[in-house]
Write a protein that binds this ligand. Structure first.
Ligand code: GLO
Ligand code: MG
Ligand code: MG
Length: 498
């Protein structure tokens, strides 16, 4: 019979309020849990309610012109104490959490996240956990920062070498659930408002098990922790953090889309679906496979799958997870589009830096400069989003790229979005009313503005937008160029203009 702690009985007498109320199927055995999960209501395309309003946005987000309000910032506590070791070389620095937190506070990173293992050993007793949590709370009181996320390390302990929630061995899956459930207490005490599940070991090299069953076990294991946390009164949110590979060579539910699909399948209840989301890591976790973060993020936002934080850093494409400081190794244009997508969607969650100084930075000053770079780079991106929104050339280009709405097309989309219950005559009639004349006429539409848009975005990202405006002279966007030259674009973010 699995128990959360061997000392639970004794501990329940002294701290009955928290530990004494553990009445989860996990404690009594896995059979009950499995039965309950199997009898979940299933989602299906046919039976799920279809709200057409949700699919018919009134406003094109990409033309959002509102003021850019800087997003709040957080950092992984594990990044601050990174020793710079790698599989081939030893530690090169010994930064303290206190110094790291101070550097971040000075750079105005107001929040920090922790793994259980960052604070206490995997086999820590409840007394030791409380002691360590108290220490961290005192430290944070001094630096004035708050905890954003708590996360269970299910990848370092050798017991998780065959996977954690998805391991083929039930003993290992049980250990993962116990460790995840133990984290709930620390998460609550630290005031973490989100719990992250990063499945570093949830994968395979030789396909020793059915990959579908592995995903099911992964999700049901995490679900056990989530339902347990809720039963314990935890009111925060939960996020899964997908990563295309590494440390396993093939990871389960490895992309935002795969993870989103798994979340819908295994968290079908509205109350859970509203609290179980994704915290993507951009660009690292997608660019390491050559995928584009903006493509993934756009879809996750559209499907309301982005949780209360997004991990951020720097990544050369098609390389192992680099976790460089933001701006190093990757594409500033892709980073700009990530920032723009979040702001266009009105995202108010945190940008959490999950990255670290290079191994060549071995002095005690490294962390300070690194923290400043994280903040400065993100604020620069926000500044550029503000410039983009106010840029008259961009406006002229967008007007052409998007053209004018076609009322009959909107009718077809509204009627078909309403689902199969709509009268078939209405559907057929609406399609027949489309004012389509010929493919040749459609092909004659001028789309030159699309490439020009790419040039202008590149100028804004590189900071050459003022002189670059001259390049548009003589084009049909020249009037916009004149306006730009006459009236310099102002910064609209407070931080950005500092
Ligand atoms: C590794 C991940 C990892 C997670 C962390 C939080 O590539 O990014 O750092 O973000 O464990 O769960
Ligand atoms: Mg990562
Ligand atoms: Mg991460």
């Amino acid at each position: 019979m699995a128990v959360l702690y061997h000392t639970e009985q004794r501990f329940a007498l002294t701290k009955g309020l928290f530990w004494g109320t553990v009445r989860f199927p996990l404690v009594g055995g896995s059979g009950v849990l499995f039965y309950k999960v199997r009898s979940l209501p299933r989602f299906s395309c046919c039976s799920a309610p279809f709200h057409k309003e949700a699919f018919m946005p009134k406003l094109r987000r990409s033309q959002n012109r509102s003021k850019v309000v800087p997003l709040p910032l957080s950092i992984g506590g594990w990044c601050l104490v990174n020793l710079g070791q790698d599989p081939f070389g030893d530690a090169v620095r010994a930064p303290t959490l206190t110094d790291g937190l101070r550097s971040c506070r000075d750079a105005v990173i107001t929040h920090v996240s922790f793994h259980d293992r960052d604070l206490y050993p995997d086999d820590a007793t409840p007394e030791i956990i409380d002691e360590k949590v108290d220490q961290v709370l005192r430290l944070l009181e001094n630096t004035g920062q708050q905890v954003l996320c708590f996360t269970t390390n299910l990848f370092s302990n050798p017991c998780f070498r065959s996977g954690a929630f998805s391991s083929p061995r039930p003993e290992v899956r049980q250990a993962a659930i116990v460790k995840g459930c133990r984290s709930v207490h620390a998460a609550r005490r630290l005031g973490a408002t989100n719990i992250i599940f990063w499945g570093g070991r949830e994968g395979t090299e030789v396909f020793e098990q059915d990959c579908g069953e592995a995903v099911r076990n992964y999700m049901l294991g995490a679900r056990a922790v989530i339902v347990y946390a809720t039963a314990q009164g935890y009111q925060g949110t939960f996020t899964f953090e997908p990563k295309v590979y590494e440390p396993r060579f093939h990871s389960y539910a490895a992309t935002g889309a795969a993870m989103g699909s798994a979340i819908r399948e295994f968290f079908p209840e509205a109350e859970l679906a509203a609290r179980v989301k994704i915290n993507p890591e951009y660009p690292q976790h997608v660019a390491m496979l050559g995928l584009n973060p903006a493509i993934e993020l756009g879809q996750l936002i559209e499907e309301d799958l982005v949780g209360p934080c997004v991990h951020f850093g720097g990544q050369p494409p098609c390389r192992m997870d680099a976790d460089f400081a933001p701006g190093l190794g990757g594409s500033p244009t892709d980073d700009f589009h990530v920032c723009k997508l979040l702001h266009d969607a009105g995202y108010r969650g945190f940008v959490e830096f999950d990255c670290r100084p290079l191994r060549t930075s071995a002095s005690e000053h490294a962390m300070q400069l690194f923290a400043r770079q994280c903040v400065a780079y993100w604020r620069q991106l926000e500044h550029k989003v503000a410039l983009f929104r106010r840029d008259p050339i961009i406006r002229a280009l967008q007007a052409e790229i998007f053209g004018q709405p076609i009322a009959q097309l909107d009718d077809v989309l509204a009627i078909t979005a309403a689902g199969a219950e709509t009268d078939s005559h209405d559907i057929i009639g609406a399609v027949n009313r489309l004012p389509f004349s010929s493919f040749a006429e459609t092909a004659a539409i001028d789309t030159d503005a699309i490439e020009a848009f790419g040039y202008r975005v590149q100028q804004i990202v590189c900071g050459t937008h003022r002189e670059g405006a001259a390049m548009f002279h003589g084009t049909r966007w020249a009037a916009a160029h004149t306006a730009t030259a006459a009236k310099p674009v102002e910064s609209v973010t407070e931080e950005a203009s500092n």
